[in-house]
Design a binder for this molecule. Structure first.
Ligand SMILES: [Zn+2]
Length: 318
């Protein structure tokens, strides 16, 4: 996440952390947990760094934080999904003790939006009157469940989405094949966690392949039984299939309107269908997504979806 973190380094919050002006409590908000962890670590490094250009990434403090073994950086909750009362008691107690090895200590608290309201109230007092050398970095995937009193004690920062280039670099590090990457990038919406989840999911890849196959090869009713069976097997993943199908068709429309697009499946769609046909596939696919959400009869839904594709091909030939 080099590019994002270099931008973050220029933000007011990092500059304040670097110059010792940071508020004691910071709330970082993003639906992307991967980004949250990286930004929190970067901010902790900025606070603790003993180098000149903070965070230098090279001093002992920065390196220890990078490898998650700095004794004055504490991560909570330790095992549970959200902080419980015994952990809050432990955390408050620790907050008032002197740091072990540095001149300050940092608590990084995950899943703040999952902390029960009564537990948040227990934490509030420490956030209101923090020890002078203690910092809290609260992480939340959304800010709805966080008490206004907690928010008012924190400096809140909504993290930006991650660029496709950066996500692509992360996927390359995981040796994710290029054709899967293209599909993942089209769906992750700048969210690294979602990109990694999709890239490592065989269900996602199966949906991608089936979308490609149907768009390319499904041409007559004799293939209905075969494709109907394949779609039926998707079961809970049919909605994901429809979303991928829709994305590829939308990308193909953009392509035919002259907007550059790297999605290889969109290229296939643009060759296989006329612009009128693709526009109608987009309209119809949206309707099927709605029907799927309303729990319509699954088997009938699949058959009418396949008939719709044949009808569109027939009605608006290329
Ligand atoms: Zn450093």
């Amino acid at each position: 996440m080099k590019e994002s973190l270099l931008n973050f380094k220029q933000s007011a919050i990092c500059k304040d952390a670097s110059s010792g002006m940071l508020a004691h409590s910071v709330l970082l908000i993003s639906p992307d947990d991967y980004a949250l962890q990286n930004y929190a670590k970067f901010l902790a490094q900025t606070l603790m760094c003993s180098g000149e250009n903070k965070p230098c990434g090279e001093c002992a403090e920065c390196r220890k934080i990078e490898h998650n073994n700095h004794v004055d950086i504490m991560y909570y909750p330790k095992a549970n999904k959200a902080l419980n009362s015994s952990e809050i008691a432990e955390l408050v107690d620790l907050a008032f003790q002197a740091p072990y090895a540095s001149d300050k200590k940092v608590f990084i608290i995950n899943n703040t939006n999952n902390i029960d309201a009564s537990m948040q109230n227990k934490l509030l007092k420490t956030l209101e009157e923090p020890p002078h050398n203690t910092f809290f970095i609260l992480l939340a995937t959304e800010d709805n469940n966080i008490l206004p009193t907690i928010k008012s004690r924190c400096r809140s920062v909504f993290l930006p989405k991650t660029s496709q280039n950066e996500i692509s670099t992360i996927l390359n590090e995981q040796n994710i094949a290029q054709d899967v990457q293209q599909q993942v990038l089209a769906f992750c919406g700048g969210n690294c966690s979602l990109a990694l989840k999709y890239a490592q999911s065989t269900e996602f890849y199966d949906c991608v392949l089936l979308v490609q196959e149907i768009l390319k090869n499904f041409r007559n009713s004799s293939q209905m039984i075969d494709y109907s069976a394949k779609l039926y097997k998707l079961n809970d993943n049919f909605e994901e299939f429809l979303t991928i199908f829709l994305q590829n068709c939308s990308d193909a429309v953009k392509l035919l309107c002259g907007v550059k697009n790297d999605n290889p499946t969109a290229l296939v769609v643009a060759k296989e269908f006329s612009i009128n046909a693709i526009t109608n596939l987009v309209l119809e696919c949206n309707k099927f997504l709605e029907k799927r959400k309303r729990n319509c009869n699954f088997s009938a839904l699949i058959d009418s979806f396949l008939f719709m594709i044949l009808e569109v091909r027939h009605k608006w030939p290329i």
